[in-house]
Design a protein around this ligand. Sequence first.
Ligand code: NDP
Length: 396
Amino acid sequence: MAKVLVVLYPDPLDGYPPTYARDSIPVITGYPGGQTVPSPAAIDFTPGQLLGSVSGELGLRKFLDDGGNELVVTSDKDGPDSVFERELPTADVVISQPFWPAYLDAARIEKAKNLRLVITAGIGSDHVDLDAAMRHDITVAEVTYSNSISVAEHAVMLILDLVRNFVPAHEWVTSRRGWNIADAVSRSYDLEGMDVGVIAAGRIGVAVMRRLKPFDVHLFYTDKRRLPEATETELGLTFVPSVAELVTRVDVLSIHAPLTHETFHLFDSALLGTMRRGSYIVNTARAEILERDAVVEALETGQLAGYAGDVWYPQPPEADHPWRTMPNNAMTPHISGTSLSAQARYSAGVREILEDYFDHKPIRPEYLIVDSGALAGTGEASYSTDGTGSPGSSGQ
Ligand code: NDP
């Protein structure tokens, strides 16, 4: 019997379950590149249900109860008196989502004497101190690809939101009850013909560029590794060898790199100052890739025309976090990777990982971040820059 401690975001204010807008979601059978979608032996939820909040329990209740395991689900995750902190010392498995991360720093990992497996229901395990996980021989796994397309769609939406000035225009007709066309269009442009750059051409970055191609933009990208020539030709991509050069060559920048020691606070005032005046940045990767106050300042001076994203630090951010109120922002809570469609996939992926773990079968390499005291699988590819892992979303 295992104790499985699951940290999920709170239920909707109007109660659980919500009234669903649609009756079903499309069935996705595979991902670009050939990776297969999660394939657990069974699922105990209906795809399209809200699974990522506390009452949704990632659809795991029946499976874990039937196996004689203990399931503890909470949204109370921060501070020494939180339910998470109290339950952690006796937990064998911890599961949380990047949208409402259970921060597992070295001190918490030290207290978690029974902990063997940490699962990210989604993608991005930088809320876990991977170095500490390696030292304590804890396996870290995530559901690679489960929400990559969800995020890519969101990033494209945010690019259009900023360039077209959607949010203020919407506010003119809703909360302000106006019809102020001149006010609404005074910051509105066409995306067509613009220079658009992508940092990190991984699963999400490539999906973003693929979706942007029909907008007739000029696409630039940088990555540690160049894409195959066939992909560059197909999508009309220009490779730029460094972030420093890329940012000077584009009007719109979309960030899709993982948070590592190398990308932590990569964007400071100096780098932002080298961009074209009136550039837009969309960041659906991780907040700490940029210095918080440098972004605010660049928006206030007009160096940036807009900033949009769904990633913050910490999560949830404090009520007076400046990104809530900085000018020309199109921020949302961390939602891009937790659409109801994505939840169905990553909940199935978590179930698959747990089935393998309980059956002492190997977890798919593409889901592994840390295993047997070292970076493994996808973790080896994504976090290998300095051989240590991520800064654990807590600064350096
Ligand atoms: P991938 O691992 O597929 O791609 C990441 C890419 O980043 C790789 O090509 C990698 O290159 C490259 N890279 C790493 N470091 C650098 C660097 N310093 N400069 C330039 N490129 C770099 O990841 P995904 O596309 O699936 O996801 C990207 C990130 O998006 C995740 O790490 C996560 O933080 C975030 N995310 C956000 C979500 C949300 O809900 N907002 C949901 C899912 C993910 P190489 O392989 O050579 O190391």
